[in-house]
Design a binder for this molecule. Structure first.
Ligand code: T5A
Length: 215
């Protein structure tokens, strides 16, 4: 048990479609619980507040009569994120709670930056206005080949506007993820191409190791 030694943390799970983020978020919550950490809030981006969930619908649904331009999409995502961080995440962290987030800021650098081609300089400027110096304590990046990830996502049906994009969009998104995660010392990378059992065992091993370092 590490309970006594912990300060609460903000943990983010990242990766492209079908990487297995939802499974990973649930598993990490269980690992924390096994280690005596029960004060955990699960959230997702975009979403997790009433306003941010409305923005999530705008982001995910197909607009047949009007194309969302890239910068509009980016601003909507940062509006949802700011709402979530200021109204849920920061107050919860102040109360000593742990947070597990299915996606955060890195998604914007990967999708809107790598995928859609908005410059990192532009995204960083918006980031600074919205989030200032607020960063996750740990990012768990699930790396999956876009062909494998999209196949998993499509097999569930209900394909959304972003999932309908060309595979090259996801190849560029993954490349940007890999580039940025290689520079992030507060990150763990998991090979998510493997079957679910192996992926979960790897997450278990790496999160336990990370928890030990936090003591
Ligand atoms: N977005 C979001 C941006 O463009 N910019 C941003 O800044 C942000 C925050 C969000 C969309 O918004 C975009 C990215 C997204 O397109 P979403 O529904 O939250 O929409 O999209 P995803 O997070 O990609 O949701 P997915 O459900 O597709 O991905 P997950 O959560 O990674 O995958 P999961 O766990 O649901 O698994 C998908 C399927 O694969 C199976 C699962 O059982 C499930 O059926 N699976 C595996 N099968 C075999 N082996 C494994 N290892 C498996 N792992 C999972």
């Amino acid at each position: 048990m590490y309970k006594k030694f912990f300060n609460n943390k903000f943990i983010v799970v990242e990766g492209i479609e079908g990487a297995g983020k939802k499974h990973a978020c649930l598993l990490i919550k269980q690992i924390l619980k096994m280690n005596g950490i029960k004060n955990v809030i699960s959230i997702r981006e975009p979403g997790s507040t009433a306003i941010a969930e409305k923005i999530r619908i705008l982001i995910k649904e197909q607009h047949y009569k009007e194309k969302i331009i890239n910068i509009t999409e980016l601003l909507l995502i940062y509006a949802a994120r700011t709402q979530l961080i200021e109204t849920i995440v920061k107050p919860a962290l102040k109360k000593g709670k742990w947070i597990i987030s299915d996606r955060h800021d890195l998604s914007s650098f990967a999708y809107q930056g790598g995928g859609s081609g908005i410059s990192s300089k532009t995204i960083s400027k918006i980031r600074k206005i919205c989030l200032k110096n607020f960063y996750p304590d740990l990012t768990v990046y699930l790396d999956v080949d876009p062909e494998i990830g999209l196949k998993r996502a499509f097999s569930r049906g209900n394909v959304d506007r972003i999932e309908k994009k060309n595979i090259n969009f996801f190849i560029r998104t993954r490349e940007r993820y890999l580039e940025l995660i290689s520079k992030n010392p507060k990150s763990i990378t998991i090979n998510a191409n493997k079957n679910l059992y192996i992926v979960q065992q790897t997450i278990l091993k790496k999160i336990k190791k990370w928890l030990k370092i936090q003591t």
